[in-house]
Ligand binder design. Sequence first.
Ligand SMILES: [Zn+2]
Length: 258
Amino acid sequence: MSIKFTILGCGYSMGVPRIDGFFGRCDPKNKKNYRTRCSALISSKNLNILIDTSPDLREQLIKNKVKSIDKIFYTHHHADQTHGINDLRVFYLKNKTKLNVYADDQTQKYLLKSFNYCFRNQGLSYPPIMNMLDLKDNHKFVDKKNNIELKSVVVKHGNINSICYIINKKCAYASDISKIYDYDIKLFFNLKYLIIDCLRYDPHYSHFNLKNVLDLVKVIKPEKTILTNLNHEMDYNQLKKKLPNNITPAFDGMTLLI
Ligand SMILES: [Zn+2]
């Protein structure tokens, strides 16, 4: 079995539609315009690695019939990447094993401050459900014949950094990014898939817009580019019409074989 990458959610921080029902320029009749907040799943036969815990995580795992989570990697600490963390309690209860969480220093600080009860014993009847572990440059997991290698690359995301994960050197996932640092650009050559932040058409200080993505694609030439973290201006069909064949908008539940 090969390794599957599932885009659990491809919506920007407020989701499409927003909580007040606002669709913006997105056609409500197209199911691909219903976008939950960004999370992703890397899976092989016996291993499920989650990237980020979006506030929509519960709905995402139910929809995609995900019955277990083994490890969690965080890209950064923003609310739309972290606030679904509490719903992972069920996997601790099922397995009686604490989940391993990997995050950079800034994200660790935020999670320990905001969701301390998930990691530290509070002296209450609810025990902690997770181990906080340091993010390394490279992590390797073996699932029988499958090796899953995650390389963490620090990228700029406005006034903070976030982590782009490159899986088996073939698939890069950067849901929140405003710049790849020049010294790391070499890591992005020869990709099969680039899954990349494309918030909107207009520039934004902490996200790539469509022009930024098209400029990057010209340089690094991935086989296929998938646009994620899309806001309410990015109607699926309208956007697809503007794109060459090797670039496509993501939709919730989209899967790729790495
Ligand atoms: Zn963010």
